[in-house]
Write a protein that binds this ligand. Sequence first.
Ligand SMILES: [Zn+2]
Length: 344
Amino acid sequence: MASPSDVAGAARGHAFAARSSRRIAARLVWQNSSAKLLDEVGDLLVQGVVQRVEQMPGGPVLVHLPQGWLFEADRNAALDGLSAPRPDAWISRLEAFHPRLIAVALACLLGAYSIWRWGLDLIVALAMAVTPELPVKGMDQSSLFMLDRLMADESRIPAGRQAEVQAIFDQLTDQVPDAPWGDYRLEFRDMPDIGPNAFAMPAGTIVITDQLLDEFSQDDVIAGVLAHELAHVHERHVLRQLYRAGSSYLLIALIAGDPGPFLQDMLLEGNALMSLSYSRRQEAQADALGTATAGAAGYDAAALAMFFERLQRDYGDGDLGWLSTHPGMEERILRIRNRARPSP
Ligand SMILES: [Zn+2]
């Protein structure tokens, strides 16, 4: 591209300081894109690169100068050759923008793309990353409180038996990673309406029903069930599913920067934890990790399959308890058995 020939000139007119409407009689002298703005007596007002030359329709020519100075050429003045530097590359055009504006625009685009591409998973992952321990612990407490008010009675299981089950639980928790948002704790409850069941709360509270302990006396089965629930906690399934269930509120909570009130609201809206269903992937993961944990603690790794079979036999495909929140039972039984089978 040919370089423009050298041009120089001068014109009379008026100058305006930045954000000022006071007209100052002035003279603009320029060489190519560099200009000096002088007042009547020849004192320098500003000098630098011409930023923009604007021809008002039917009006004067306006020359934008550094520091917000504006030069309005007299109507009859000739400004031959005066121009702003040519933006040779897109990068120089970008530089004229505020760099932070560009960053914000890019972040918005990236955000929109991410939501489109990864959607809920990304939002949930973000929320989990910023969730502090305290509200999650509070969640366990309020869930238990709601449970006791709505559907659970004090356990009828004798203290001696409770201590034995607690000992199984302690053996298992020795084998698993720490709870991400709290501590593991076992709670016994009499829950005739939900039958033989066990479920986890996000900070690590596991509730086991009297109905489960009534029907299943073998330690291996109890260990299998508890280890499965522990896996839902340390793999963060519980909080993840709660967040997924309340995803629209979650966005607002994230934007507000404090998921605490969101968690409280979700809990007050009924029994979120009891109606929580995990994905098949999460169940498969909890089965695999749970049976491994039970095995490592010295229990029969296949006992969880026994538990599933008994439930299936006794409760069929009814919507009671464990079966309603744990789909795909037959396939899972097979997988647990295959995994537990000693390799030849
Ligand atoms: Zn499960």
